[in-house]
Design a protein around this ligand. Structure first.
Ligand code: RAM
Length: 350
């Protein structure tokens, strides 16, 4: 009976999440800045992901301040090759700077090489060309990637008493940012402190709400003894929160086994406010997506205008955010990691 009602609820979760199709954040190019300045375009991983709305706000804000001509356009799905035709089209359009959240560490190389050969400055923003950094000029990543995996494992560890089976629900199999974090999560697990935590599975929701819901349901039914899920993607975490709420297996929930399942990961606070307040999710993390777009606008313009030659140790000014440093492999870390919970979530609005 319990199993039956649980399945019904999960089915309902699927139906609800499936209906909650996110509004596209980009579509046909729309100019946000006044013309006359440099032409900057941002290509997100996909247009349905509202996380990128905040990244775009940052671009728009800085474009206004610098009189740049900003557009955004991108594919509907976050497949490895889905951005290639958009890169080519933007080169044809005569843009000066392409900023892109890469869906693949290597599939974009030829298209980006072609763009750079035509004088376009290429920045990766949010997701880099891991291992293929020479195919772009510089990168603006949200935070220090080397510490993110460890922070996520520590957060889950603190929630489950550093003991129990857990799974990761990621974005796409190719996603360079999620894959970098998962690699450091695995490294972190080798520390003695985490010896009693076991990673039992990694599943991929493709940054698609329906697929993420389906794979989350799969985890819940396959691992009855699961203590935690880390979903280091805003789409995956929001879909999993909805699924977990309806399954009732969250800590203190009507169908929780023992202490219940702790779900954490990365998401915008606005997407998880409801679930944090009602106890489905205890704590999760993110950075400021807006700062990333803002910094990238300033960086791209200075590189393209020849005012800045990107190299490790070079400092530049990113408008009102002040001085930033270019690090190894020409990566700029936009800011720090924020941790949200019931006590502080209302302070944030993004
Ligand atoms: C999703 C995307 C994005 C990632 C965030 C946390 O929106 O995969 O690349 O940075 O989650």
């Amino acid at each position: 009976m319990l199993k039956h009602s649980k399945l019904l609820l999960i089915g309902l979760a699927f139906a609800i999440v499936g209906c909650q199709k996110e509004e596209p954040v980009t579509g046909a190019p729309k100019a946000s800045g006044s013309s006359g300045g440099l032409k900057i375009v941002f290509i997100p991983k996909d247009t349905g992901n509202i996380y990128f709305k905040d990244v775009i706000r940052g671009f728009e804000e800085a474009a206004k301040e610098t009189n740049a001509d900003f557009n955004t356009i991108g594919p509907a799905v976050a497949d490895a090759t889905s951005q290639i035709s958009y890169i080519k089209d933007q080169v044809q359009r005569g843009v000066d700077v392409i900023a892109i959240a890469a869906n693949s560490p290597d599939a974009l190389n030829p298209a980006l090489d072609e763009a750079r050969a035509k004088g376009v400055t290429v920045l990766t923003v949010d997701a880099d060309l891991a291992g293929n950094e020479s195919h772009r000029d510089a990168a603006v990543m949200p935070t220090d990637f080397s510490k993110l995996g460890e922070s996520q494992i520590e957060l889950l560890g603190s929630l489950i008493g550093y003991e129990g089976n857990f799974a990761i629900l990621s974005a796409t199999t190719d996603a360079p940012n999620q894959n970098a974090w998962i690699a450091t999560m695995k490294e972190t697990l080798k520390q003695a402190k985490y010896a009693r935590m076991k990673l039992v599975d990694i599943v991929y929701g493709n940054d698609d709400a329906q697929k993420s819901t389906t794979v989350c349901e799969g985890l819940l039914s396959k691992y009855p003894d699961l203590r935690g899920i880390i979903s280091p993607t805003s789409v995956g975490l929001a879909a999993s929160a909805q699924t977990l709420q309806l399954s009732g297996e969250y800590p203190g929930g009507p169908h929780a086994v023992g202490k219940g399942i702790q779900l954490t990961g990365l998401s915008t606070p606005n997407q998880l406010k409801k679930f944090t307040k009602n106890g489905t999710v205890t704590s999760f993390q993110l950075w400021s997506p807006r700062d990333m777009g803002y910094i990238a606008t300033y960086l791209g313009q200075q590189i393209h205008g020849g005012k800045l030659k990107p190299a490790e140790g070079v400092e530049f000014t990113a408008g009102k955010l002040g001085k930033r440093n270019i690090g190894k492999l020409n990566v700029v870390a936009a800011g720090g990691l924020l941790t949200f919970d019931k006590a502080n979530i209302d302070k944030y609005d993004f």
